[in-house]
Design a protein around this ligand. Structure first.
Ligand code: ZN
Length: 262
């Protein structure tokens, strides 16, 4: 089985399991072909840098992305930006992110979130980077920004897509290459909107991701999620899209290549 976890947080998995990187990669079964580790808080950038220097662990290729998450917007400062620019130079960094807007927990700092998001978008555009966006309950503001930056050859991973069908349709009408990240949340009984969006979004615009250690798919709910759980989400998505698991994994693998060049 060939699959890539396009979005996970290895340091947070380790914090929750109290284990070592080696043990984590030895226990993963099945083993992914590769993972994309996301460092989205300036305090975690140094772990990310050291981790990415490993390049490959137990046969799993290591890639990464760096950015300042909207929920960490207040940590964005000159020093954080300098550290971000340093990290983006690593050869196996495949995107800038996750960055974006999140009004779910609090929207009273929406202006700050927007300016931090836009500043990083500006950096990414200048450097010609791919983007990982975290957008939650901020569809109007998010779409205004997407419209402004939209262009051909822009690669954006809308990580852990939980938005409306309407938003997905609007995004699909843009010129850039927008990919929708499907997590274990798809397998939860109550996630009607995600299932609706998953049935509408074309398969060639989807990426498989765990957002590990969060969102462990059925039957692992309540457990700490790891990249090895991708096939469980993939099977549910394959059923929705009425294709075989192999076919689904093959298409998502190709999409990962188009999005991240890996
Ligand atoms: Zn994440």
């Amino acid at each position: 089985m060939n699959f890539i976890d396009t979005h996970c947080h290895i340091d947070t998995i380790l914090e929750k399991t109290d284990g070592t990187i080696e043990a984590l990669f030895e226990q993963m079964n099945p083993l992914p072909e590769a993972i994309v580790h996301i460092a989205c808080d300036p305090k975690d950038f140094s772990f990310g840098k050291d981790f990415l220097k490993r390049k490959s662990i137990n046969g799993v290729q290591i890639f990464g992305a760096f950015g300042v998450h909207p929920l960490n917007a207040k940590t964005y400062c000159k020093e954080a930006e300098a550290a971000l620019l340093e990290c983006l130079k690593l050869p196996n960094v495949v995107a800038l992110g996750e960055i974006g807007l999140d009004y779910h927990y609090y929207s009273d700092n929406a202006d700050l979130q927007k300016s931090v998001f836009l500043r990083q978008v500006e950096i990414g555009l200048e450097l010609g980077k791919n983007f990982v966006f975290h957008l939650r309950e901020a569809e109007n503001d998010a779409f205004n920004i997407l419209q402004k930056i939209d262009k051909e050859n822009l690669n954006v991973h809308l990580h852990c897509y939980t938005g409306t069908l309407d938003f997905a349709e609007k995004v699909l009408s843009l010129k850039g290459n927008y990919f929708f990240g499907i997590t274990g949340a798809l397998t939860f009984e109550k996630t009607v909107t995600i299932k609706e969006a998953a049935s509408l979004i074309p398969l060639n615009r989807m990426l498989l991701e765990t957002d590990a250690p969060y969102l462990a798919p059925v039957p692992f709910r309540g457990k700490i999620c790891t990249p090895a759980m991708i096939p469980n989400t993939a099977q549910v998505l394959a059923d929705i899209k009425k294709v075989s698991l192999d076919e689904l994994l093959k298409i998502c693998r190709e999409n990962t290549g188009r999005m991240y060049g890996i």
